[in-house]
Design a protein around this ligand. Structure first.
Ligand SMILES: [Fe+2]
Ligand SMILES: [Fe+2]
Length: 208
């Protein structure tokens, strides 16, 4: 993810303070540190309805995550069924499932990267430019969360290329661990983002 140019140009003191605080993956789950968007005077139910489109887009990503999760569970069940390491390496079906899980994770990486890049370029700058200080804080927080997700996507892409090059219990376990964490992070990020931006997306007629 390239850092959005609209943020690079900022000189506001609050952004500098915010930027100075490093965020790790577990900070994402701390609801108390997530700024809330103040209500926008004049926003109508029609604005909020328009903003719900983001939750719909997130829904498509969640279905893809669910599908990948189901494949991951089939692999775990297959490993138990097949038994020891030598048997696992000789099982054609399990090898196929490792690859399929790897391919689904690889698709996930591209799909989510595309989604966040379009938010960084098309949604965040419009809301940042038009919204008040409360909304700017929400956008700044979301940009930070994107950088955490991006790091996980890069880690997952590396895990996937190892898994596809050498399918087996070790490469699978590493991919499984990253995917499980990414999935938790993304679900939490989506909830926060779609709730806090719903009104602003409609009110500022953000094209997305
Ligand atoms: Fe996002
Ligand atoms: Fe999003």
């Amino acid at each position: 993810m390239s850092n959005p140019s609209f943020l690079a140009e900022l000189s506001d003191q609050f952004w500098k303070t915010f930027e100075a605080q490093p965020m790790n993956v577990f900070d994402i789950f701390d609801e108390n540190t997530r700024p809330k968007a103040p209500p926008i005077p004049g926003a109508t139910p029609a604005h909020r309805a328009a903003g719900k489109k983001l939750a719909m887009i997130h829904g498509m990503h969640l279905s893809a995550l669910d599908e990948t999760q189901a494949m991951m569970e089939r692999v775990v069940a297959g490993e138990h069924q097949v038994g020891d390491l030598a048997e696992q390496i000789n099982s054609m079906k399990l090898m196929g499932n490792y690859r399929q899980f790897g391919n689904l994770c690889g698709r996930e990486c591209q799909f989510l990267d595309f989604h966040h890049t379009s938010e960084d370029n098309e949604i965040f700058p419009v809301i940042y430019a038009n919204g008040g200080e409360g909304l700017k804080r929400v956008i700044a927080r979301l940009v930070k969360e994107h950088s955490v997700v991006h790091e996980l996507l890069e880690r997952l892409a590396t895990n996937v290329s190892d898994l596809l090059a050498q399918p087996g219990p070790g490469t699978f376990a590493r991919t499984q661990e990253t995917f499980t964490l990414l999935s938790r992070v993304v679900r939490s990020h989506f909830d926060y983002e779609q709730t806090e931006l719903e009104e602003a997306l409609g009110f500022y007629a953000v094209p997305f």
